[in-house]
Ligand binder design. Structure first.
Ligand SMILES: Nc1ncnc2c1ncn2[C@@H]1O[C@H](COP(=O)(O)OP(=O)(O)OP(=O)(O)O)[C@@H](O)[C@H]1O
Length: 309
């Protein structure tokens, strides 16, 4: 069956970049739909920046194809790139000039009307700082100004490479809100790379997890949560006895502090264990079902060889 490429704002096939004998990006197939906030997640050196630079036409793939906005990047560079805004590495400014003046330089280069500057500053919530010299800006404000510059051409797709690097917690929260706002209220599709799950899990609708140049998972956060392992946690008055009884009826149980964690337990086995605990006069304080955290899944993926796609 033929796939409907029209659904994807970015689609790569077997995207590969080889530096000498090193495959920095190795057979990557990304599928990113219009309207998504796509968290591109992976540890340092995983291949995020190399992939992003290929999507932006800044470096040439060794192999594979890139389609952006339904067009081949190779043959439609100009047409595509005028619809894509990006922030890769820290943006450079004339620090003695104001935010507005800095954006004016970029708007003039791109042949865009002045009004776009006001709109872009408004979108990143920097309107009240338009006339302040950039040298007085915090790092977070400079990043937002970089995003304003990327938004001048009113792109459909915004690609942000580790935009929270170096930001303090308040700056990270501001960035998260900005991304949500741009996506929800202005309809911009956003790809945001990060090496920290915590930075993207609250803002992304979809995730691509990359390690050692390969995609290990791609899908919605909901799909990732569906593969989480569930387990039962028992808290009782006697953890050692509970562990003994659980093992004696054949459960996969381990002791974690004062809790007993049991994986893959059937309802009938749990009922039997509870009866045994009552018979042995062990008080049961809590029986709860817990899931592996997203962080556990992410770490399991990027440190192991496991792949989910
Ligand atoms: N110009 C280059 N020449 C040789 N190797 C390179 C080059 N650029 C990147 N690499 C290597 O390719 C691999 C992927 O690097 P890349 O910068 O894409 O990773 P990343 O996921 O963005 O990591 P980080 O979060 O540290 O930036 C790394 O091993 C890196 O050393």
């Amino acid at each position: 069956m033929l796939e409907d490429d029209g659904n994807y704002i970015v689609k790569t096939s077997n995207l590969t970049k080889i530096y000498k004998d090193r495959r920095a990006v190795n057979g990557v197939n990304l599928k990113i739909k219009k309207g998504e906030v796509y968290g591109f997640l992976g540890p340092n050196g995983a291949g995020k920046t190399t992939t992003i630079k290929m999507l932006l036409g800044l470096i040439k793939p060794s192999k594979g194809d890139i389609k952006v906005l339904d067009m081949s990047l190779e043959n439609n560079r100009f047409e595509i790139l005028k619809n894509v805004g990006s922030l890769v590495e820290a943006p450079a400014y004339y620090s003695h000039l104001t935010a507005f003046e800095n954006l004016l330089i970029n708007a003039n280069i791109l042949g865009l009307p002045k009004e776009r500057i006001t709109t872009a500053l408004d979108m990143v919530k920097l309107s009240s700082f338009a006339d302040k010299p950039v040298k007085e800006f915090s790092l977070g404000m400079k990043q937002r100004l970089g995003i304003a510059s990327a938004l001048l051409a009113q792109p459909e797709l915004l690609i942000l490479d580790e935009p929270t690097n170096g930001l303090d917690p308040a700056g990270i929260i501001d960035m998260r809100e900005l991304i949500r706002n741009l996506n929800k209220n202005y309809g911009v599709t956003i790809i945001i790379s990060s090496h920290l799950l915590s930075e993207v899990e609250h803002v992304a609708s979809h995730l691509g997890i990359i390690a050692r140049g390969q995609i290990l998972f791609e899908g919605s956060i909901k799909e990732l949560k569906n593969i989480m392992d569930k387990f039962i946690v028992l808290t009782t008055s006697d953890a050692t006895k509970t562990l003994f009884l659980a093992n004696s009826i054949g459960c996969e149980a381990v002791k974690e502090d004062n809790e007993i964690h049991i994986s893959n337990i059937l309802d009938s086995e749990l009922a039997k264990l509870i009866k045994e605990l009552v018979r042995s006069e062990v008080d049961i304080y809590r029986v709860e079902e817990r899931s592996q955290s997203l962080e556990d899944i992410f770490l399991g993926l990027v440190t192991g060889e496991e792949t989910l796609c």
